[in-house]
Design a protein around this ligand. Structure first.
Ligand code: GDP
Ligand code: IMO
Ligand code: MG
Length: 429
């Protein structure tokens, strides 16, 4: 069974924990989009591992872990991450990079930083890792791919096209430093060395063999459906496609290779950066969720905005994300809550209209109020529970209500950060 792990909210849902868990039974794990904007945490054997680009499956020996063609790679950051893992004694020999992945060049991070610092009201709150500008150049067909680093001729020809354009833009639009061809060529030589042990020019064969031999493939998404460049809260999104469909474009496999799409969602919602968030709690309750859930960013250390579970956006995520089941994480965070709210609709304060379908026009979100139903808390520490039937009744009621609203089953319930702190409601291992 081949599975995709997709973030179903605005990122940081606990995808890495679920990927790590499912990677036990996978042979090939492919990260399909995004870059080091992601911050993925895995807790295993009392140790915490933080990943940005490297698939969370790397903790198991003997698995092939691909950084797919749909990703963007910041070389220095990649090197830091890999060296960190090697220092921890992790075997990284199974790591492979698709040579079609894009490279984040220094001008991409510089433009990202400049745009954020000067955008005023248009600020997105990016991670400043050059994600938007790298994908922009990829789409404009003036980007560099990993494979370009290994052909002096191709690189030279490409730089002759890219650099005059880029330098004009850097100087005249942004007032930023320009680059000489010699400088960039030297940089690319350095990058070629960084990636050399991992670049897999035989990636087609690896994918074909895995398909022919019926190997289990796990597709790992970063970010989340609501940050998808096509379906998310545009323009407050990232620049790639975290949705289930992104697994195809980003990995090199077609849709028929996918059996299950597991959408990871927290029992509440968090968001980092700017953009609409209808169920956001700016009060004590939001603070309580943040403190108990340790809601601070892995990549940027920023405070995560917190709010109640939003079944309106989640239902939308089920549709556009292509979800076949949900992995619900962090239910343990509610152990001490007397009441838990669940947003089932939005009310338009301009005319009183009620929406149960997600309105994609984010401009109107400032006029929307959440319509809540209130559930009783369970007042029990669930972090040690491993069987669905042993969960407190109020917790089971809350989960059943979610399934009813979302019209997909909950397959996994996560009751703590550790690999072991998991309940499989449906056996999808
Ligand atoms: P990702 O980006 O989706 O992989 O998620 P992050 O790693 O950015 O953030 C999720 C955080 O929640 C991490 O610190 C995880 O260790 C933690 N976590 C994951 N699942 C659970 C859970 O069920 N309960 C609690 N308390 N923490 C969890
Ligand atoms: P993981 O994989 C949460 C957010 C940023 C910003 C917007 C655009 O850990 O869930 P970008 O740097 O991508 O151009 O920023 O997207 N963002 C994330 N938020 N989790 C992430 O990744 C994110 N990656 C990007 O905060 O609002
Ligand atoms: Mg994260």
């Amino acid at each position: 069974m081949n599975k995709v792990v997709v973030g179903a909210q605005w990122g940081d849902e606990g995808k890495a924990k679920i990927t790590d868990l499912l990677a036990q039974n996978a042979d090939l794990i492919i990260r399909y989009q995004g870059g080091c904007n992601a911050g993925h945490t895995v807790v295993a054997h009392n140790k915490t591992f933080k990943f940005h680009l490297i698939p969370s499956g790397i903790l198991y020996e003997g698995k092939t872990c691909f950084i797919g063609a749909g990703t963007v790679i910041l070389p220095e950051y990649f090197e830091e991450e890999i060296q960190g893992l090697i220092k921890e004694g992790i075997d990284v020999s199974g790591l492979k990079i698709n040579p079609l992945a894009s490279i984040t060049m220094p001008w991409h991070t510089e433009i990202d930083g400049y745009s954020e610092n000067t955008a005023g009201k248009g600020k997105i709150g990016t991670t400043k890792k050059g994600i938007g500008p790298t994908y922009t150049d990829k789409m404009a067909r003036i980007g560099l791919k990993i494979e370009d680093l290994y052909s002096e001729e191709a690189l030279s020809e490409k730089l002759d096209i890219i650099l005059p354009l880029k330098n004009k833009q850097l100087k005249e639009v942004y007032g930023l430093k320009t680059y000489t061809k010699e400088e960039v060529t030297a940089l690319c030589r350095k990058y070629a060395e960084i990636f050399k042990p991992y670049v897999c020019f035989e990636w087609q064969k690896v994918l074909e063999d895995a398909k022919r031999e019926g190997k289990a493939v796990l597709f790992e998404g970063a970010q989340g459906v609501m940050l998808d460049v096509d379906y998310g809260t545009y323009p407050f999104v990232t620049s790639s496609n975290p949705i289930g469909g992104g697994a195809c474009t980003g990995s090199g496999y077609g849709p028929k290779m996918i059996d299950e799409v597991i959408g990871v969602a927290k029992a509440y919602v968090t968001r980092v950066g700017e953009g609409p968030f209808v169920t956001e709690l700016k009060d004590e309750t939001g603070g309580k969720i943040r403190e108990i859930g340790h809601e601070y960013g892995v990549t940027t250390g920023r405070v995560r905005r917190c709010g109640w579970f939003d079944a309106v956006t989640m239902k939308y995520a089920v549709l556009v994300g292509g979800l076949t089941s949900v992995a619900l994480t962090k239910i343990d965070v509610f152990d001490t809550f007397d009441e838990i709210k669940l947003c089932t609709a939005y009310k338009d304060t301009r005319n009183g209209e009620i929406y149960t379908n997600y309105p994609t026009d984010v401009f109107c979100h400032k006029y929307l109020e959440p319509v809540y139903e209130t559930h009783k808390g369970w007042g029990v520490d669930v972090s040690g529970i491993r069987e669905y039937n042993n969960l407190p009744e109020n917790c089971k009621k809350y989960l059943s209500r979610l399934e009813e609203l979302l019209e997909v089953p909950i397959s996994i319930i996560s009751v703590g950060p550790d690999r072991e702190q998991t309940i499989f409601k449906i056996n999808i291992k």
